[in-house]
Ligand binder design. Structure first.
Ligand code: AMP
Length: 273
């Protein structure tokens, strides 16, 4: 695997593939890789001849009180994992390479970035959108893959790519979980053993809530019970909401939810933290 840290070197590495008409898939990451990231690399390899991973802890998507400084960084281990997984190129730029002095442009993804997670992390999706569009413009992959774990992020990126006619195909990859149901996440390393144990209440509550709604139970009651279960497990709940899987519009109407499920559209619990 070729490892580069500048745009110039990344483009040089991509050029022969482009000239040969070979397809390129991009997997953007912030590093501290785990099997969830590797599932994206594996999916990428099935869809394109060459897989490129980017590794960049994006400062502009962190609020001042968030964990930018302590976000786990383990470049050597990440390189090893990507190489073993068959990744062709790792692009790991410095902050100056991505945001040179005078950088002033940002991508505002619109209303979808101001609901759900966007309410609790203002500016987060602007930071994500700006860096993702920047990587897409820099590397011009044919395909870019994103995890369904960050479902709102996946939909927002699809939306921007459609709105701006960015010539890339966006692919979502199902969430990889530990055997007890907890989604793999680089930030799980922050959890002490006791917290890690309690964290299983999150996927369990989501699954149970979905089952109850599918059985026709009152949505507001189900959500209220779900919030209480999470609080009892030690969570501080920002929101537990039923949202349309395509638009993220929320609904508390059992009639709409049932008819939508019956109509075959997919609904999803967006929970969070
Ligand atoms: P991150 O390094 O957290 O920015 O994640 C990079 C990409 O990996 C994003 O598209 C995430 O949605 C995806 N990802 C992270 N964790 C998982 C997981 N457990 N399963 C599937 N995809 C994941």
């Amino acid at each position: 695997m070729n490892v580069v840290s500048t745009l110039r070197d990344a483009r040089s590495a991509l050029l022969p593939w482009r000239e040969a008409g070979e397809t390129v898939a991009l997997v953007p990451t912030m590093g501290a890789l785990h099997q969830g990231h590797l599932a994206l690399i594996v999916a990428a390899q099935k869809l394109a001849k060459h897989t490129v991973a980017s590794l960049f802890v994006n400062p502009i998507q962190f609020a001042p009180h968030e964990d930018f400084d302590k976000y786990p960084r383990q470049l050597d281990r990440d390189k090893q994992m990507l190489s073993e997984a068959g990744c062709s190129l790792l692009y790991a730029p410095s902050p100056e390479e991505i945001y040179p002095s005078g950088f002033a442009t940002s991508i505002d993804p619109g209303p979808m970035a101001t609901i759900l997670e966007g309410v609790f992390r203002p500016g987060f999706f602007v930071g994500v959108a700006t860096v993702v569009i920047k990587f897409l413009m820099q590397l011009m992959p044919d395909i870019a893959l994103f995890g369904e774990k960050d479902y709102q992020q996946l939909l927002i990126i699809r939306h921007i790519v459609r709105d701006l006619n960015v010539p890339v195909h966006i692919v979502g990859v199902p969430t990889v979980r530990d055997p007890d149901g907890l989604a793999l996440s680089s930030r799980n390393s922050y959890l002490l053993p006791d917290d890690r144990h309690r964290a299983c209440a999150l996927p369990r509550t989501l699954t149970e809530s979905v089952q109850m709604i599918q059985q026709g139970k009152n949505i507001e009651n189900v959500l209220s019970v779900g919030r209480n279960k999470l609080i009892s497990a030690g969570f501080s709940v920002d929101y537990l909401t039923l949202a349309d899987a395509m638009t993220l519009k929320t609904s508390s109407s059992a009639r709409i939810a049932r008819s939508t499920i019956g109509g075959g559209a997919s609904w999803k619990y967006a929970l969070n933290r």
